[in-house]
Design a protein. Structure first.
Ligand SMILES: Nc1ncnc2c1ncn2[C@@H]1O[C@H](COP(=O)(O)OP(=O)(O)OP(=O)(O)O)[C@@H](O)[C@H]1O
Length: 304
């Protein structure tokens, strides 16, 4: 499988503070991969190192197989949307793109019309940028990324601040670019549920460390099944659990409540195990854990 991005032992420190701990990551052609983390986790720092805006403190970046100065050439095959691009408020969408096309030496005559059509702004191309909605502004940012016909898009929180309709539009657009033009996508968000319908792989970043790298199927499986057991004596129940299910993953919550990952099919047996050994079971049920809860468990803190 063709490798689009590969990082090895990549780190970044600011004034002695290590913000990105060794970050080892490989993105393959055709993937839509989400980088998920709370504010300050280090998502933008990773993206800025990929784009060349920040120089890594140590480690290596390979883009399309190139390293070092060869990445300069490889970056031409990538579109980065890291901070909202500076568009002129009084220029129309078309004028703004023309300005950037000139700057970047893009001379294909129809390219501006093409990218405006791709992001569904063809009918509003003569509107001034300042009159655009947030969703339209984000889509114009994407149009700018697409100008040079990239093979890979790196998008930092492109759905931040969008309403439900804006998120849906952006999602459908990115799925279309991935399916029809085989564009590989690396996208970040601090809200997992916004990306769960789009990405096929999720990399969770906490304090500059990858805490999980998981496919969509595995994530759904993991976040779905959980047994919730309320008992009289949680310590004793946990002892029994560990003795009989050595690889079990569980958490003890307040009020003698235990959550057990998976093991749905063992529910009856676990219930019997407790009661037969003198642990009174007050409540026993299987419950779905939503993706956002899973995310918060992984990275801690509250959703923003
Ligand atoms: N230029 C800089 N100088 C010093 N510290 C920085 C700099 N850029 C980022 N940081 C710090 O690095 C950490 C990671 O920041 P980063 O912007 O990469 O996080 P993020 O996950 O993208 O967060 P957000 O979702 O808020 O954009 C933060 O603690 C931030 O304060």
């Amino acid at each position: 499988m063709e490798t689009v991005i590969r990082t090895a032992q990549l780190t970044k420190s600011f004034k002695g503070t290590n913000v990105i701990k060794p970050f080892d990551f490989t993105l393959y052609k055709g993937e839509i991969c989400a980088l998920i983390g709370q504010n300050g986790a280090g998502k933008s720092t990773v993206f800025k190192m990929l784009s060349g805006q920040l120089i890594p403190s140590s480690g290596e970046i390979q883009l399309f197989g190139g390293i070092g100065r060869h990445n300069v050439e490889a970056r031409r095959r990538m579109g980065f949307l890291i901070e909202t691009p500076a568009f002129f408020p009084d220029f129309t969408a078309e004028q703004n793109l023309k300005y950037y096309a000139l700057q970047r030496g893009i001379v294909e005559k129809n390219r501006i019309a093409e990218v405006l059509a791709i992001v569904n702004l063809a009918d509003e191309k003569r509107k001034r940028f300042k009159a655009y909605s947030m969703g339209m502004k984000q889509r114009l940012g994407l149009a700018l990324c697409l100008l040079a016909n990239p093979d890979c898009l790196v998008l930092d929180e492109p759905i931040n601040g969008l309403d439900a309709e804006g998120i849906r539009e952006m999602r459908n657009l990115l799925i279309r670019l991935n399916e029809e033009k085989q564009i590989t996508i690396f996208i970040s968000s601090h809200i997992l549920t916004e990306l769960h319908l789009l990405a096929k792989r999720f990399v969770f970043l906490k304090d500059g460390v990858v805490v999980e790298d998981i496919s969509k199927e595995a994530l759904q499986e993991k976040s779905r099944k959980q047994l919730i057991v309320s008992v009289e004596d949680a310590a004793k129940a946990v002892r029994l659990l560990e003795q009989n299910y050595p690889s079990v993953s569980y958490q003890v919550l307040p009020d003698q409540v235990i959550t057990i990952d998976g093991h749905i099919e063992d529910g009856g047996e676990i219930n019997r195990l407790f009661t037969m050994n003198g642990v009174t079971v007050r409540e026993f049920r299987a419950e779905a854990r939503n993706l956002e809860e899973y995310f918060l468990e992984l990275v801690g803190g509250a959703a923003v």
